[in-house]
Write a protein that binds this ligand. Structure first.
Ligand code: NAD
Length: 454
C-alpha cells in the first residue's frame, strides 16, 4: 500500500467519527500501555543494542514518562475533551457561547533519536487522546528502537488508528509531500525548517520541538555542592545527548574554581562507564567525530580521549572557554561542558542573548532579584531555578521552545491542546432579535447601537 493510500484510509476512518468517542480513545491508550508493558524487555534490549542505554535510564527517562502520560490522559481526558461554556456579550444575548475541542484529524509525528521511545510515543499519546489518527515516523538513527516500535505498534493497532512507518530522509520527504491535518516534529533546527516549509504547502499546522544552546547561569551565592550535583546529573544523563541538557555554564568568576571542584567530585562519584550501565554510548561515529572535534585539548579540566571503537566520550569539562571557541558555535548535544565566567548579571544576560532563544535556561541563585531579572529578560522555551532538566518531568508545565528552539508545546493537557482545534460556537434562539443592525440604517439606530456596544 502506498503512503497516500495508508493516509487516505486513516482519514476515512477518522471521518467515520469513531475516534470522537472518548471511550474509543481510552481503549486505544489502555491498549498502548498494555502492549508496551508486555514488550518491555524487547524495548530495553533494542535501546541497549542501539547505544547501550541501560534499563535504569530507559525506565527513568523514557518508559516512566510514557506511562505517566497515558495515565494522566486516562484520568483527565473527559475533562480536556469537554465543551466549555464562555460568556456572551450583550449584542448576542440571549444566546450562548461555547468552545468545542475537536481532533485535528490524521496527524504525522516525526521523532528524534536521542530519547527514541518517549519523543515518538508521548506526542502519539497526546494525539490519540485528542482523537486523532496517527502516523509515527521514528528516527531511523537508532535502528533497533525504530524497528521494535514498528513491530509492537503495527502488530497491535489497527493501521487506520495508529501506524508506524520506518524510514529516513527519503521516506520522511515522501510523507511530508502528503497532506496531514497536523505535523508534530522533534529534531534539529535545519530539519525543522524543511518540515515547516513542507507543511506550509498544505497549510498544515505544525509543532516543532527543536534545540539550541541552553545555558546554566550560576551566581556566587548558591549552594555550590548542590549546584554541582544537579548540573552533573543533568549534563551527563544519556551522555549529554539531551536537548534540554545545560549546554554551557556561565558562572560568576569568583566561585568558578569551587564549582569546578564540585563538578569533578560528582563526576567521579557517578562512576560514568558504559560497562557498568551508568553511561551511554555516543549514538554513531558521525557524532563521535563531531564531538571529538569540539574538545580543545588545552582547555580540558576533566576528560580524556574518547574511544572511537566503543563510541564513548567520557564526561568532559572545558575550562576558560571563550564565546569564540568552536564548542560555543552550535548546540553541543554530547558530554562536553564548557565553563565560561561573568562579572555582572547584566553581562551574563547580554552574552546569552547573543544566541538564538534557547530551548531551556537554568538559573542557580539565592537572589530573588537576580532570578526575576533573568526570567524577565531572557526568552527561552522552559527551564528551572536551581535545577536543570527536571522541568521536563512536570506534566503540568507545557514543554516546547520559542524562536529558533521551536513552535508550540506539549505534555499533559498541552499535548491534548496541541492536537485539537478549539471550535468556537455562538448559539442563538429563534424567539427574539433586535432590529438595530438591520437596514434600512438610520441615525437613530446608530445612536442606540453606540449606546449598546460602546
Ligand atoms: P534530525 O533533525 O536530524 O532528525 C529528526 C527527524 O527528522 C528524524 O526522524 C529524521 O529521520 C528526520 N529527518 C532528518 N533529515 C530530514 C530531512 N532532510 N527531511 C525530512 N526529514 C528528515 O534530529 P536528530 O539528530 O534526530 O535530533 C537531534 C536534534 O533534535 C538536536 O538539535 C536536539 O536539540 C533536537 N531535539 C529536540 C527535542 C525537543 O524536545 N525540543 C528533543 C530531542 C532532540
Amino acid at each position: 500500500m502506498s503512503y497516500q493510500e495508508i493516509i487516505d484510509k486513516q482519514r476515512s476512518f477518522f471521518n467515520s467519527n469513531a475516534t470522537k468517542d472518548i471511550s474509543f480513545r481510552i481503549q486505544e491508550l489502555k491498549r498502548l500501555k498494555s502492549v508496551l508493558k508486555k514488550n518491555e524487555s524487547l524495548l530495553y534490549d533494542a535501546i541497549y543494542k542501539d547505544f547501550k542505554k541501560s534499563e535504569f535510564e530507559t525506565y527513568v527517562t523514557e518508559l516512566s514518562l510514557i506511562y505517566h502520560d497515558i495515565d494522566l490522559a486516562l484520568v483527565k481526558i473527559k475533562k480536556w475533551a469537554k465543551k466549555k461554556r464562555v460568556s456572551t456579550g450583550i449584542t448576542n444575548l440571549p444566546g450562548k457561547s461555547y468552545i468545542i475541542p475537536e481532533p485535528y484529524g490524521t496527524v504525522l509525528v516525526i521523532g528524534a533519536w536521542n530519547y527514541p521511545y518517549q519523543l515518538s510515543l508521548c506526542p502519539a499519546i497526546a494525539a490519540i487522546a485528542a482523537g486523532c489518527t496517527v502516523i509515527l515516523k521514528p528516527s531511523e538513527v537508532p535502528s533497533r528502537t525504530s524497528a521494535i516500535m514498528a513491530q509492537i505498534i503495527n502488530q497491535n493497532f489497527d493501521a487506520n488508528v495508529f501506524k508506524v512507518i520506518e524510514g529516513s530522509v527519503k521516506e520522511t520527504t515522501e510523507l511530508l509531500n502528503i497532506k496531514f491535518d497536523k505535523v508534530f516534529f522533534t529534531g534539529s533546527v535545519p530539519v525543522g525548517k524543511i518540515v515547516y516549509q513542507a507543511a506550509a504547502k498544505h497549510l498544515t499546522p505544525v509543532t516543532l520541538e527543536l534545540g539550541g544552546k541552553s545555558p546554566a547561569i550560576i551566581t556566587k551565592d548558591v549552594n555550590i555542592d548542590m549546584t554541582a550535583k544537579r548540573l552533573v546529573w543533568s549534563k551527563y544523563l544519556n551522555a549529554g545527548q539531551t536537548c534540554i541538557a545545560p549546554d554551557y555554564v556561565l558562572v560568576e568568576s569568583s566561585i568558578k574554581d569551587k564549582l569546578l571542584a564540585g563538578i569533578k567530585k560528582y563526576i567521579e562519584k557517578a562512576d560514568y562507564h558504559v560497562d557498568n550501565d551508568n553511561y551511554t554510548q555516543i549514538i554513531n561515529e558521525k557524532n563521535f567525530d563531531r564531538l571529538n572535534g569540539l574538545i580543545d585539548q588545552n582547555k580540558i579540566f576533566i576528560g580524556k580521549k574518547g574511544n572511537k571503537e566503543e563510541r564513548v566520550i567520557p564526561p568532559t569539562v572545558l575550562n576558560d572557554v571563550e564565546f569564540t571557541d568552536a564548542v560555543m558555535q552550535d548546540e553541543i548535544f554530547g558530554p562536553i561542558l564548557p565553563i565560561l565566567t561573568f562579572e555582572t548579571i547584566e553581562d551574563a544576560i547580554k552574552k546569552v542573548r547573543q544566541f538564538s532563544k534557547p530551548l531551556s535556561c537554568y538559573v542557580f541563585t539565592k537572589s530573588k532579584a537576580t532570578k526575576n531579572k533573568i526570567l524577565n529578560e531572557i526568552s527561552f522555551g522552559g527551564g528551572a531555578v536551581n535545577d536543570a532538566v527536571m522541568h521536563f518531568t512536570e506534566q503540568s508545565l507545557p514543554f516546547g521552545g520559542v524562536g529558533d528552539s521551536g513552535i508550540g508545546s506539549y505534555h499533559g493537557k498541552y499535548g491534548f491542546e496541541t492536537f485539537s482545534h478549539y471550535k468556537s460556537v455562538l448559539q442563538k434562539p429563534f424567539w427574539v432579535e433586535l432590529d438595530l443592525k438591520y437596514a434600512p440604517y438610520s441615525t437613530k439606530k446608530l445612536k442606540w447601537l453606540k449606546r449598546l456596544i460602546g
